[in-house]
Write a protein that binds this ligand. Sequence first.
Ligand SMILES: Cc1cc2nc3c(=O)[nH]c(=O)nc-3n(C[C@H](O)[C@H](O)[C@H](O)COP(=O)(O)O)c2cc1C
Ligand code: SF4
Length: 803
Amino acid sequence: MEAAGQDGGVLALSSKILEIWHEFRYLLVFGACIASVAIYIYTEWRSQRIKVPSSPFPISPDPGFSAAEKPGWLDGKPQIGTVVKEEIDLNWEPTVFDDGVEKKLEIARARVAKLPKRVKGSKVLKKPLLEEYPKSPTTKIQPLLFFSSLTGTTEKYANVLLNGLEESLKDQWETVKKPQIHDLSYIDYDDFFVAPPKPGELAGDVQYLYLILLPSYNIDTALDNFLSHLQETHHDFRIDTAPLSGLAGYSIFGFGDREGWSTEAEGFCSQAIEVDKWMAKLTGRKRAFPLGLGDVKSDAVKRLEEWRDGVTKVLLDIDAHGGLGEGVMGSGDAVESDEEESVELDTATETASRKPSKRKRPGQRSNVDDLEDLGSKARSQIDDASRQEPSSSPLPIDFTTTSTPSTSPPAPKQMVPVSSPTHAALTKQGYTIIGSHSGVKICRWTKSALRGRGSCYKYSFYGIKSHLCMETTPSLSCSNKCVFCWRHGTNPVGTTWRWEVDPPDLIFNGAKEGHYKKIKMMRGVPGVRAERFQEAMKIRHCALSLVGEPIFYPHINEFVALLHKERISSFLVCNAQHPDQLAALKPVTQLYVSIDASNAESLRKIDKPLHRDYWQRFLRCLDILREKRFRMRTVFRLTLVKGFNIEEEAEGYADLVALGLPCFVEIKGVTYCGTSSNAGAGLTMQNVPFYSEITTFVEVLNAALERRGLEYDIAAEHAHSCCVLIASKRFLVEGQWHTLIDYEKFFECLESGREFSPENYMGPPTPEWATWGNGGFDPADERVDRKGRPKAAIKSSGEVQAI
Ligand SMILES: Cc1cc2nc3c(=O)[nH]c(=O)nc-3n(C[C@H](O)[C@H](O)[C@H](O)COP(=O)(O)O)c2cc1C
Ligand code: SF4
C-alpha cells in the first residue's frame, strides 16, 4: 500500500514537471541562451584584461593604512594637490585630485602608459617543422655558443670549443658563419630565448644553431633564472609553445662532478639535463645532437671533443641537406623525445625525483675562503648531507605565467648559502653576509667622513653624517638585472621570495655587529678623527640600499621597526617592481623609488626586469608612492647613464613626476666601478655623465615640470657625487629650502602613535653651501683628491664624473 502511494506521488510530480516544462520551455531555452552569451562575453573580457599579479604578500602589512588621504592636521601650506580619501586600490583606479592635478595626472598617464611590445594573440598551431623552415640555398648557418660559468671552468671550455669549431669549420665560411660566443649572465634572454634573433639587414638569410655549455649547481645560482625563463616562455599563453622552432637546431653539453654527484639520479649534470628538455620543447624537438655530459674531474675534455665532432658533422649536414632530417639519431624525433611530454605535465614532481638526494641541509655551514676551495668544500658538505632526506625546490614560477602549479610545496633553499660562490665573492668584496640573505658593508663615504674628508650627498641634502650611517640590505636578491648594478650577474635574482626567511632580529643584530666590526678596523687608519670614531660607534641612520631589493624581505616592516626602536632613521630604496609590498610598507624616514628610465622600452633595456609586466608594476608603484606622500618623505631616484636613459627622456621623466608627485627628485650620475660586471653589461666610462651634463639635464627637467604646472624647483646639489636635488615646494618655506630632516622629531612623531606627515619632521633650512649653485661641499671638511691630496673646492659647473 505504502509503495503504491509513493509511486502515485512520483507520477504526479513527474507530470507536474512536464506541465511546467511545456508551459515555460521557450522562456527557459531563451534564458539559457542569454546566460551562455553573457558568460562568453565575460570570459573574453577577463582574458583581455591586463593581469597585475602579485609577489607573495609581505607578512607584515600595515592594516589601517589609507595612504590617499591628505591628513587633516596639515595646515594651508602650498600643496600640489589635495587627495580625496580612498583606500589603496590594488586594481589601480585613478585617484581624484583637485586643483587640476587630476587632469595633469590623466595626461601623464596617457603618455606613459605605452606598454612594452608583447607577443600577442592565441597559440599558433605548429606546422611540421622542417616544412615550415626549409633552408634556402643562400641561407647561412650561424652557430651561437652560449655558456654559463660561476667559477670559470665552463667559460674556459667554451673558449676551447670556440677555437675548435673555428678550426674545423674554416673551409666552410661560405655557407657557415663564424661561431659567436655569449655568456648567459650578460645577455637578455628575451633576445635569444623567446624567438630566434633577427639577423641584421646585411646579414641575409641566417639560421641559428644553438650550442649551450652549462655547469650544474645544487644551490641557487643564475642558472635557475635561465631555467625559469625557458619554463615561463614555454608556458606563456601569449607565446607559441615552441617559439624557437625557427632555429636550425640546438645541442647542450653539461659539466658536472662525479665525485660529488656520481650518477644522474644523484644530480650529475642535473641542470644541463633540465635545459636540454626545455630546449626540446621550445624548439619543437630540434635537438641537433644528443646531450653531452662531462666530468670535470676525469673525462670532460674527451667527451667535449667527441661532442664537438658530432656537432660539426650535424652542422655540415644541415648545410648540405637543409635541415636535421626526420628520424636521424639525435634529431629529436618524436619517438626519441616521448618522455618529454610527461615531464611537461609535472615538472615539479619530476624535478623532485631527479634532483640529487645528496643535498646540503639548510643551516649547514662551512667556511669558504676562496672560490677555488668551493669544489672540495661542496663535496665534503655533500658527503655530510648524504644521510639527509632528499630535498627539492620547484623552478621559480612567476605569478604572471599560467603554468601548472606544483602540488606539494617544496622545502625552501637558502638564498646565499655559506658554500655558494656568491657568498664567497661578496665576502671577498668586503660584504658581511648575515644569515642567509642579508648583507652589510661600510661605504667609502663612511670611511671618508671618519677621516674628516666629507660625507656623501645625503649630508648636504638631508643632514646625514656618513660616519653615523650603516648601509645594509635584508634581501641580497633582486627582481632586476640593472646594467649599472655592480653585482650584475652574480647576485641571486627572482620574481618571488622562494628562500628560507631569517628573523628580523637576527638580521638587525648581525648588521650592527658587522658594521661596528668594520668601523673598528678603521681605528688605525691614518687621518681618522678620534671624535668621529667615537660618534661612529652609535649608528644613527640606516640606508637600506646596498644591493638587492629590501622590500622583497617578507618581514621588512618588523625590521624597520627594530631600527626605529633604537632611533635609527630609515632610508629605503626600492626598484618599483613590488607594488603589493610597497603598499603594505609602514612609514620609513624616507622612501625611494628608483626611476631608471622614463618609458617602458628604455626601462626594459636598463633594468632588465624579470617580471614580464614590469611596466604595469612600475606605474602602480608610482601610484602608491603618490598616495604615500603625505605619510612619509617620498623620493624619485634617477640614475643617469649616458647612452641609455638621458637623451630625450626629460619630458618622459616629467610625466612620471606628475604621476608620482614625490616630495623630492634626486638626480645622480651612474657610478662606474670598473668591474667586469660593468663591462659585461656594456658600460664604460663613456656612459658616465659629466656633472655639467647632469646639471643641464636637471635644468631641462625642471623646465618640463614647470610647463606642467607642477610646483617643484632645484633645491640643492652635491657636485662631488654628481647629484642634484629637485624638491617639491612643500619644502620651500618663506623663500628658504628645508630639505634637511629633524630626526628627533621623526621619532617623536612615530612614538606618539598619531598620524603625521613629512612636514612634521621637516628640519632647519638647507645650509647655503648645499643649495643649488654652491657646490654642496661642507667647508668644515677637508677636500682631497682620490690620492688624498688637498684639493680646491669644486665649482658646481666643474667637469666632474661620478666615480
Ligand atoms: C656549490 C656547488 C654545487 C655543485 N652542484 C653540482 C651538482 O648538483 N651536480 C653536478 O654534477 N655538479 C655540481 N657541481 C660541480 C660543478 O658543476 C662543476 O664544478 C662545474 O665545473 C662548475 O663550473 P663553472 O665553475 O664553470 O661554473 C657543484 C659545484 C659546486 C661548487
Ligand atoms: S635594483 Fe639595485 S640591486 Fe637590483 S639590480 Fe638594480 S641596482 Fe642592482
